[in-house]
Write a protein that binds this ligand. Structure first.
Ligand code: PLP
Length: 384
């Protein structure tokens, strides 16, 4: 490392780069089931709103915390979906949901502070905790618990040094969903730990196949200690637009907006206008996308369960499955590599999401049913 930067500041090699290199080299036709973004187009009315915004002069800097009309639309959306009063002053709009993790951790984490986070989980939690000099304390998500967090396990990890708890439901990489009873039990536990803040990553909250989304925010008193992370990337297939937001106590929102002033200045204005159209416009395309995901989920779960050595839960949310592959006799990374190189199927080892991902693979079903069936038949042939 020429600059002597901390390890956590290194630019991580894209997890998909190996599969991309294979594709570029023309090594067979790879079926890509490693990619964490919807394969659908952004709904047409949202694209039109963005184009119209560009043509009508929304091409300048905007306020750091976001355009007032989007902050208002987000506040109304969060009040409605989480059933809590939320004001525009609680909302900070960012280029994607990810900067909310970055800014919240910069604001809250420092050496000597402990942060509990899910493992397997979105890798950025752990790298940001380390980058900020905090101590990363993993809470394992277990297949036997449908990949929800075990509240007793969290209780055993809380200490006087814990400043932040990260939760994520529906979850990446497992597709697991925290049932509302688990959310309520977690809130009851947190009442005994009033100094602990919660970063609740709900970026997949709309991609749910059963029941209602449960959020810690729905519980009294939690809005004063929760940073909600949500956004447009997954629900509206807008990953490349870079549009997300955080909802948090007003005092923290002011700090986070200042971090944005000091880094990105603001989120692109035309993107934010498109975001208003997404939140307030027709949700038919979103519903159609979720129904398509449901069909693919069932196809991939049934298919994987019929393959020797695989055992796969039927996740209730997001667009990932996380099958147990211990029965194949291979480690996750070995199976990931061999599936790519010998079967032409790209997926990710569970260990890409933390040490507790050993014994599992993550498949994204953001790909056509036809390609999913092709991948299943290749895996089945490979495993024999
Ligand atoms: N949180 C989770 C759990 C994710 O899986 C992702 C993206 O994969 C994000 C946040 C980041 O979303 P965005 O693309 O809006 O930054």
């Amino acid at each position: 490392m020429p600059h002597g930067w901390p390890d956590s500041a290194r630019r991580p090699r894209s997890r998909c780069s190996r599969a991309r290199e294979c594709s570029k080299r023309g090594d067979g036709n790879i079926v890509h089931l490693e990619i964490g973004e919807p394969d659908f187009d952004t709904p047409a009315h949202v694209v039109e709103a963005g184009v119209h915004a560009l043509k009508t002069g929304h091409t300048h800097y905007g306020p750091s915390p976001g355009l007032p009309q989007l902050r208002e639309a987000v506040a109304a959306h969060v009040s409605k979906t989480r059933g809590v009063p939320c004001m525009p002053s609680n909302v900070v709009v960012t280029p994607g949901g990810k900067p909310i993790m970055f800014f919240a951790m910069l604001a809250l984490v420092e050496p000597g502070v402990e942060v509990i986070y899910p493992n397997p989980g979105f890798p950025i939690y752990e790298s940001m905790i380390n980058f900020c000099g905090g101590t990363a304390v993993p809470v394992p998500l277990r297949e036997s618990n449908q990949f929800s967090v075990d509240v007793d396990e969290i209780a055993s990890l809380l200490t006087k040094k814990t400043r932040l708890l990260v939760i994520n439901s529906p979850q990446n990489p497992t597709g697991g969903v925290m049932p509302k009873e688990d959310v309520a039990a977690l809130v009851a536990l947190l009442r005994r730990w009033p100094d602990v803040m919660v970063l609740s990553d709900e970026i997949y909250s709309d991609i749910l196949y059963e029941g209602e989304h449960a959020s810690v925010l729905q519980h009294e008193g939690m809005s004063e200690r929760t940073i909600l992370l949500d956004g447009f990337s997954k629900t509206y297939a807008m990953t490349g637009w870079r549009l997300g937001y955080g909802v948090m106590p007003e005092a923290l929102a002011a700090h986070v907006a200042r971090l944005q002033t000091n880094s990105t200045s603001c989120t692109a204005s035309f993107t934010q206008i498109a975001g208003v159209a997404a939140l307030t416009g027709d949700h038919g395309p979103v519903r159609a996308m979720i129904e398509a995901f449901r069909g693919r989920r069932d196809a991939i779960v049934d298919g994987l369960n019929s393959i020797r050595g695989f055992r796969c839960l039927r996740p209730k949310g997001a667009f990932y499955v996380f099958p147990n592959i211990e029965g194949t006799g291979m480690k996750a990374k070995e199976l990931q590599t061999r599936l790519l190189e010998e079967a032409g199927v790209a997926c990710l080892a569970g260990t890409a999401f933390g040490s507790h991902g050993e014994g599992f693979l993550r498949f994204s079903y953001a790909n056509s049913l036809e390609n999913i069936h092709e991948a299943l038949s290749r895996i089945s042939k490979f495993v024999g």
